[in-house]
Design a protein around this ligand. Structure first.
Ligand SMILES: O=C1C[C@@](O)(C(=O)O)C[C@@H](O)[C@@H]1O
Length: 304
């Protein structure tokens, strides 16, 4: 993908340079502020090569998700085409924006709010109940093994492991975890894995602690690294900590919500001790960030 061509296409779909008043990048997204948001062609944006997703933010913001491997190059290209400085938003700044409510406004495609101790949440109305029913009735819903997705022939392999209730993403407390589903997460992970140069990324979800222990054990000799959201077991499971320590497969812990801003009982992570890093409060894109950290670690290890 040529960042110059993609940036030009994005700019055109956003109504041209005179419609853009702010240009920033975070770990995975181009964050734009627009004079007239009605001039943004969201359908076109979503089909552009390299674009993983599009979100409206507030009255005048649009975020275009690219993944960590290319977002910076796109931001620089965008900056030179709009004559606007490129701001770089850190994960901390985004967490602060989230905490101060900047995210909690008008979203066109999906309501996508993460974290916050005060977030009230429940599946909304009939639509939420229908989605919940569909998720529970879908085959493999309770042990959602999406199998291995071969991306390229070289490069390391990763297992993306998800714990209890994450199969219900999309209907589960959407004010905290957003409206994207577990399938959306699998697609995001597959794309990020491909962009980052993994040869294989497999997703697996289970509601059962012992099944997760088994998967961690099976990862030894099968996968080069693990991205792990142990969900509620984060705060309780010595068995998962022991399994990670036993196999010694490099693992990045990830949490969708801003766990430090939530209840006291969520402030402990047993698994953290066995992880090389932790990504918190970045929504589903946090998994792409975690894969990027893992890839960097594995590349360094290979070069060492
Ligand atoms: O199930 C989850 C999800 C979570 O791990 C997250 O991704 O934000 C946070 C946990 O406290 C919670 O039990």
């Amino acid at each position: 993908m040529d960042p110059a061509i993609t940036a030009a296409d994005v700019l055109e779909a956003c109504g041209g340079a005179d419609n853009v008043t702010g240009n920033a990048v975070c770990m995975t997204r181009l964050r734009l502020v627009l004079k007239d948001p009605s001039r943004v062609d969201t359908d076109r944006l979503e089909t552009l090569h390299g674009v993983l997703g599009v979100r409206r933010r507030g009255a005048s913001g649009v975020e275009v998700v690219f993944g960590p491997a290319i977002v910076d190059a796109i931001g620089r290209e965008f900056s030179s085409r709009t004559d606007l400085p490129l701001e770089r938003k850190t994960a901390k700044a985004i967490t602060q924006m989230t905490a101060s409510g900047v995210r909690n406004v008008d979203h066109l495609h999906s309501t996508h709010r993460y974290g916050g101790a005060d977030a009230s949440s429940a599946p909304q109305g009939d639509d939420g109940l229908d989605k919940l029913r569909q998720l529970l009735e879908s085959p493999g819903a309770l042990t959602n093994d999406k199998g291995a997705n071969r991306t390229t022939t070289t490069g390391p392999t990763a297992l993306v492991l998800n714990g209890p209730n994450l199969n219900l993403l999309g209907v589960r407390e959407p004010d905290i975890y957003g409206r994207e589903t577990y399938d959306d997460l699998v697609h995001l992970v597959e794309r990020a894995g491909r962009d980052l140069g993994f040869s294989k990324v497999a997703c697996f979800q289970s509601n059962h602690e012992g099944v997760l222990v088994d998967r961690i054990q099976q990862a030894l000799g099968t996968y080069d690294g693990i991205v792990f959201n142990p969900a509620a077991y984060t705060h309780t499971s010595i068995a998962l900590l022991d399994a990670l320590k036993a196999v010694g497969v490099p693992t990045v812990e990830v949490h969708i919500s801003d766990v430090p801003a939530r209840e006291a009982f969520r402030q402990v992570s047993y698994v953290r001790d066995a992880c090389i890093d932790t990504v918190i409060g970045e929504g589903l894109e946090g998994y792409a960030h975690a894969l990027a950290i893992l890839k960097q670690h594995l590349d360094k290890k290979k070069g060492a």
